[in-house]
Design a protein around this ligand. Structure first.
Ligand SMILES: CC(=O)N[C@@H](CC(=O)O)C(=O)N[C@@H](CCC(=O)O)C(=O)O
Length: 771
C-alpha cells in the first residue's frame, strides 16, 4: 500500500509529519519577542507627559500601534515563508528520493486492483473493435488518454497504412447431389442467454483475415487438421484432390498453413471448422471439469465460429504489401497479386453445427481413417470426395487503411537510450475479452501502477515503452510495421521485448521466451502469490510443468503474437507471459465480458497477478544496475537443440557447428561467472560491459541473409516452423535444407549458423564482434 499520511526522508525511511514541530515553536517564540520590545518606548512617552512636556502620548500610541502592526506583518511573512519552505522541502525530498526497492516492489504488488481491471475490460469489450475500424480508432484514443491520465507524459499514436480485408458477403451451401443433402449453412453465432454482446450477432460476419475473395463450387474432401502430412496421406491413397474444396478442422497448426497446404494440393477452396473434441464440449482426458458448451460452460458452442487470419505467417509477418519496410502512407507497395502475404484460394471458418451436413454428404465416399475421427457422430469422417458439390462464396473488400499503435514512453534517466518495450495488441476479431483485451486491461493497470511510482519520484534508469499494437489479428501488422520503422534504434537500444496477448483465460501460468530471460521469470514468479493455491506462481507453475523437471517449463517462441518481429527479425530477447485455462471461445462472438466474468477469471485476481508479474519484470529490467539476464540457459538450450538436429542426420559431419556451440557454451560460463564476481563486489569487468553482453548477444544470431525462401526471418536458432506456424523450429534454415535434401544448402546453412553462433560466442566472451 502507498502510505499517504507519511513522508519519506533522504535515506528512504518514513518520517512522521510532526518532525519540524520544534522549528514552528521557535518561530512563534521569535514573534512574541519582537512584540515585547515596544514596551520601553511607551514607558518613556508616559514619563515625559507627567513632567509637563507636551503630550506626545497620542504620537507614541500611534507609533506603538504601527510597530505592532509591522511586527505582526513580519511575523506573518516569516511564518508564511517557513510554511512554503517546509512544503517545498518535503516535495523536493520526494522528488529526489530514490524509491527503495522494497517500497517500489510493494507499490507494484499492492496497486493493481481487480475492480479497475474489470472496469477497463468493460470498456474494451463493449464494442467490436476489428483493426482499422472506427471503434478501433476510438479505443486507440481512449487508451492514449488513459495512459496520459495515469501520468505517462509522452504518449502518441503512430499510424501505418497496411492492406486489410473486410467481409462483404459469405455463403456455404450444398448445392448439388441428392436433394435431401442440400443445405444452406447458417454462418452465424446464436445469441447466448445472459451474454449481452452476443445479441449483436452481425457485428463481425464470419470470415478469414487476408483470405482470397472468390466464389467456387466443387466436391468436398475431408483432410483432418489440414496439415501438410494429412494432405500427403490422402495423396498417397490416390484421392483426387484437384479442384475440390477441403474441409479441415482447426487445431495442431496455424490456420493459414492449412490453406497454403490445400492450395498446394490443387484444392480450390477451404472450409475450416471447429471440431467439438478440440475445443468443444466433448470431454478429453485430463480436463478438470466435464466439458460444457458456452454459456453453460467455457467450451465452444455448436454455432460458434473461429475467425482468424490465413496469412501464410511462416513466410512473412506484417503488411503483405510492404514486406521488410514500414507501411507509411505514401510508400511504394506491391500489387496484391505480387505478395506472398495473402492466401491464394478462398476460405471460410464454420461451426461444427454447419460442418455436420457436409460430413453427411461425405458418408460412404472414400474411407474413414481412425485417427482422423473427431467428436461428432463416429459414423462420419469419410474423406470423400463427395458427389454433392458445395458452393463457397467469400466476398471481401481489400483496402489500404490506417491502423493505430499507441506508444507511451517513460524516459530513462541514466541509460535513457536503452529501452524495455512492453507490448500488447488492442484490435480484436469481435469483442475480444481474452484475446486481447485481458492484456489491454492489464497494460492500463500497469501504466497506472508505474504512474504512481513516478509520482513518488521514481526515475527509472532505462526507458520504458508501452505499446498498444493494432492489427495483430491480421498478421502482427502494427508491431511489425513499427519494428520495421524503428529498426535502427531498436537494434541499438532495445534490451528486451515483453509481450502479453491473451493474458488471462484461466489459472495456469505459462511463459515462452528467450532462454536468457528464464532466471528473471523464475525470480519474479517466486514473489507473486497464486490467487487460488496461495503458493507462489513459481510453485504452481512448477507443479503444472510435470514431475520430471527441476524448474518450470518455458517454451520456445514460435509465432502467433507481436514478439515475432522483435525476436525473428531483429534478435531482441523476448518473452510472452499469460494465464491459460479451459477456453473454447477463441476468436468468436463469445470471447466476451460474460465469459470472463463467469469462467475465465470471475474475481479478476489472475489479471492482478499478471499485472504484478509483468510490472516486476519491467521494473527490474528498467531499474537494476546489473541486468538479471543470463547466458548459460541459452547455451544449454542451444546444446539441447543441437542434439536433436544431429539426430535428424546422424551420419553427417557437424563439427563446424559443434565447435561454435562449444565456444558459445564456454563464453556463457565465463560471462555468468563474471556476473557472480560483480555481484560479490569483485572482478574487473564493468557493469555496463556485462549488461551489454547479456542483453545484446542474441542480436548476433541474426543473419542478414535470412532463411532461404522466407528471408524476413533472420534468426539462426529459431523461427516459426514452416508447416506449423505457431510452434517454433530450431535451426530452421538447416532443418529445411536437410528436409529438401539439398547438400549445397545444408553446407551453406550450417556455415551461416556456425558463423553467427561464433560471433555470439565472441561477443559473450567480451571480444566485440559486430554484424
Ligand atoms: C497461438 C495463438 O492462439 N495465438 C493467438 C495470440 C496469442 O495469444 O498467442 C492469436 O490469435 N494469434 C493470431 C495471429 C494471427 C497472425 O499473426 O496472422 C492468430 O490468429 O493465430
Amino acid at each position: 500500500m502507498v502510505e499517504t499520511d507519511r513522508k519519506i526522508d533522504d535515506s528512504g525511511r518514513y518520517k512522521p509529519h510532526g518532525m519540524h514541530a520544534w522549528n514552528g515553536t521557535q518561530q512563534a517564540q521569535n514573534a512574541t519577542a519582537s512584540e515585547t520590545e515596544t514596551t520601553p518606548l511607551l514607558s518613556k512617552a508616559a514619563a515625559a507627559n507627567h513632567a509637563g512636556f507636551p503630550d506626545y502620548s497620542a504620537f507614541f500610541k500611534a507609533v506603538e500601534v504601527k510597530v505592532k502592526i509591522f511586527s505582526k506583518f513580519i511575523s506573518i511573512i516569516l511564518a508564511v515563508s517557513w510554511v512554503v519552505w517546509y512544503i517545498t522541502t518535503i516535495i523536493s525530498m520526494f522528488r529526489r528520493q530514490d524509491l527503495t526497492m522494497d517500497i517500489a516492489k510493494n507499490i507494484i504488488l499492492d496497486t493493481p486492483n481487480s475492480f479497475k481491471l474489470r472496469e477497463y475490460l468493460v470498456n474494451y469489450t463493449s464494442v467490436a473493435h476489428v483493426a482499422g475500424t472506427e471503434s478501433d480508432r476510438l479505443q486507440a484514443e481512449w487508451t492514449r488518454d488513459k495512459l496520459v491520465e495515469f501520468g505517462i507524459k509522452d504518449v502518441k499514436i503512430e499510424t501505418y497504412w497496411p492492406l486489410l480485408n473486410y467481409p462483404k458477403s459469405h455463403r456455404v451451401a450444398i448445392v448439388s447431389g441428392p436433394e435431401h443433402l442440400h443445405y444452406e449453412a447458417k454462418l452465424r453465432e446464436d445469441v447466448a442467454p445472459g451474454d449481452d454482446t452476443s445479441k449483436r450477432q452481425d457485428d463481425v460476419p464470419t470470415f478469414h483475415g487476408y483470405s482470397k475473395g472468390g466464389n467456387v463450387t466443387a466436391p468436398i474432401i475431408y483432410v483432418n487438421y489440414g496439415r501438410i502430412e494429412d494432405f500427403r496421406l490422402l495423396a498417397s491413397r490416390g484421392v483426387q484432390m484437384n479442384g475440390t474444396i477441403a474441409l479441415v478442422r482447426y487445431g495442431e497448426n496455424f490456420r493459414g498453413l492449412k490453406v497454403t497446404a490445400a492450395e498446394q494440393f490443387g484444392c480450390v477452396g477451404v472450409l475450416i471448422y471447429s471440431d467439438p473434441i478440440d475445443d468443444g464440449p466433448v470431454s478429453k482426458p485430463g480436463v478438470e471439469n466435464p466439458a460444457k458448451p458456452y454459456p453453460e460452460g467455457p467450451w465452444r458452442a455448436r454455432s460458434s465460429v473461429q475467425r482468424g487470419s490465413v496469412q501464410p505467417f511462416s513466410l512473412m509477418a506484417g503488411d503483405p504489401l510492404t514486406p521488410g519496410y514500414a507501411a507509411k502512407e505514401n510508400v511504394t507497395r506491391l500489387a496484391i497479386n505480387e505478395t506472398i502475404g495473402i492466401a491464394k484460394i478462398p476460405s471460410m471458418p464454420i461451426s461444427w453445427e454447419d460442418a455436420v451436413p457436409l460430413f453427411k454428404a461425405l458418408i460412404g465416399h472414400g474411407r474413414v481413417i481412425e485417427s482422423w475421427k473427431g467428436g461428432l457422430d463416429n459414423a462420419m469422417y469419410f474423406y470423400g470426395p463427395s458427389v454433392a458439390e458445395v458452393n463457397l462464396v467469400n466476398e471481401i473488400e481489400n483496402k489500404i487503411t490506417p491502423i493505430w499503435n499507441v506508444i507511451g514512453r517513460i524516459q530513462g534517466h541514466e541509460e535513457g537510450s536503452k529501452a524495455i518495450v512492453l507490448g500488447n495488441h488492442r484490435d480484436a476479431w469481435v469483442y475480444g475479452a481474452i484475446d486481447p483485451s485481458s492484456g489491454s486491461a492489464i497494460m492500463l493497470e500497469l501504466a497506472r501502477t508505474f504512474g504512481i511510482l513516478l509520482k513518488h519520484g521514481w526515475k527509472p534508469r532505462r526507458t520504458i515503452i508501452f505499446a498498444s499494437w493494432d492489427a495483430e489479428e491480421y498478421g502482427m501488422v502494427g508491431s511489425t510495421e513499427w519494428v520495421e520503422d524503428h529498426k535502427e534504434w531498436l537494434d541499438n537500444g532495445a534490451i528486451c521485448y515483453l509481450n502479453v496477448d491473451m493474458a488471462v483465460s484461466g489459472p495456469h501460468f505459462a511463459a515462452t521466451g528467450s532462454p536468457s530471460m528464464n532466471q528473471l521469470l523464475y525470480e519474479i514468479t517466486k514473489q507473486v502469490p497464486d490467487p487460488k493455491t496461495h503458493m507462489s506462481i513459481y510453485d504452481t507453475w512448477l507443479k503444472d510443468s510435470g514431475d520430471r523437471v527441476n524448474e518450470p517449463f518455458v517454451g520456445t517462441l514460435g509465432s502467433g503474437s507481436d514478439y515475432v518481429a522483435f525476436i525473428d527479425h531483429v534478435g531482441i530477447a523476448s518473452v510472452d507471459i499469460r494465464f491459460t485455462g479451459e477456453f473454447g471461445v477463441y476468436h468468436s462472438n463469445y470471447d466476451s465480458l460474460y465469459w470472463m466474468d463467469h469462467f475465465g477469471d470471475p474475481t479478476y485476481q489472475y489479471h492482478v497477478a499478471l499485472t504484478q508479474i509483468w510490472g516486476l519484470m519491467a521494473f527490474h529490467l528498467a531499474n537494476d544496475r546489473l541486468l538479471k539476464m543470463t547466458a548459460t540457459p541459452y547455451a544449454a538450450f542451444i546444446a539441447e537443440q543441437f542434439r536433436s538436429l544431429k539426430s535428424l542426420s546422424p551420419l553427417r559431419d557437424f563439427s563446424n557447428l559443434e565447435s561454435a556451440i562449444r565456444n558459445f557454451i564456454d563464453a556463457a560460463d565465463i560471462l555468468d561467472a563474471q556476473v557472480l564476481l560483480l555481484k560479490n563486489g569483485s572482478g574487473n569487468t564493468s557493469i555496463g560491459d556485462v549488461n551489454s553482453r547479456l542483453s545484446f548477444f542474441e542480436r548476433r544470431f541474426i543473419d542478414p541473409e535470412g532463411i532461404q525462401g522466407r528471408d524476413w526471418f533472420k534468426h539462426v536458432i529459431i523461427a516459426p516452423g514452416l508447416w506449423t506456424g505457431y510452434a517454433a523450429q530450431t535451426f530452421p534454415a538447416i532443418v529445411e535444407a536437410i528436409e529438401n535434401g539439398n547438400e549445397t544448402a545444408i553446407m551453406h546453412t550450417m556455415n551461416r549458423a556456425a558463423l553467427h553462433i561464433e560471433k555470439a560466442a565472441k561477443f559473450v566472451a567480451g571480444r566485440r564482434s559486430f554484424h
